[in-house]
Unconditional design. Structure first.
Lengths: 116, 111
């Protein structure tokens, strides 16, 4: 029973290039969350998706960042025209539907983006 | 929106108890969580507490909840070197559509 799978684990991009980060949720989970962890900072919520729907993108920067979770295949976090400030660890988590009482998130090991 | 605050660092001597504190703003949360992140890894759920409880004990871990003050703490008894990690307090936001994490407390152990 594989956990949340993220790839690539490490990604190096030059300024202006595009970064694509992929996340396959745990089997049976239809809810995916992306978080960003900057060096020496906490975990910041970016976006919450269900299959083919963006539920909450209140943490996503307005420009250059987009996320999708298609009917088939992994969730993708896309960063266009990367800048040095995008260097961070990007974590994906999945869960069954969070009820009004909340629920556990299962995290991948993260994708570490370095922008040169 | 929900705001979760933690101190950034804690250093304790091996064998002593560690106490990590957290404050939050939204009182509607039903579950409150502690996650652990080891170096280079993702986060794993360590323990959680229902909001109708004041205390939960699980082996070396004790969680205390003061709902009036919106204060959550995690106590690790007999702290070991393997406990070195970043500990995150986490609370569902009022819509329960996402979980908000604190900044994390980095626990280091002195011999």
């Amino acid at each position: 029973n594989a956990g949340v799978m993220q790839n690539p684990r490490h990604l190096v991009r030059r300024r202006g290039q595009e970064a694509r980060l992929r996340c396959s949720p745990m089997k049976g989970h239809s809810h995916v969350y992306w978080y960003r962890q900057l060096p020496e900072e906490g975990l910041k919520f970016m976006v919450y998706l269900q299959k083919e729907n963006i539920i909450d993108e209140s943490g996503m920067p307005k420009e250059r960042f987009s996320a999708e979770f298609p009917k088939e295949g992994p969730s993708i976090l896309r960063i266009q025209q990367v800048v040095r400030g995008d260097s961070a660890a990007y974590f994906c988590a999945s869960s069954p539907p969070l009820s009004g009482s909340g629920g556990e998130l299962f995290f991948g090991e993260g994708s570490r983006l370095t922008v040169l | 929106g929900e705001d979760v605050e933690q101190s950034l660092f804690l250093s304790v001597r091996e064998g002593d108890s560690s106490v990590i504190n957290c404050t939050y703003t939204d009182s509607s949360s039903t579950y409150l969580y502690w996650y652990k992140q080891e170096p280079g890894a993702g986060l794993q759920l360590l323990t959680y507490i229902f909001s109708n409880m004041d205390m939960k004990q699980d082996q070396r871990l004790t969680v205390l909840l003061n709902k009036k003050d919106k204060h959550l703490s995690l106590r690790i008894a007999d702290t070991q070197t393997g406990d070195s990690a970043i500990y995150f307090c986490a609370v569902p936001d009022s819509s329960a559509s996402k979980i908000i994490f604190g900044s994390g407390t980095r626990l280091s152990i002195r011999p």
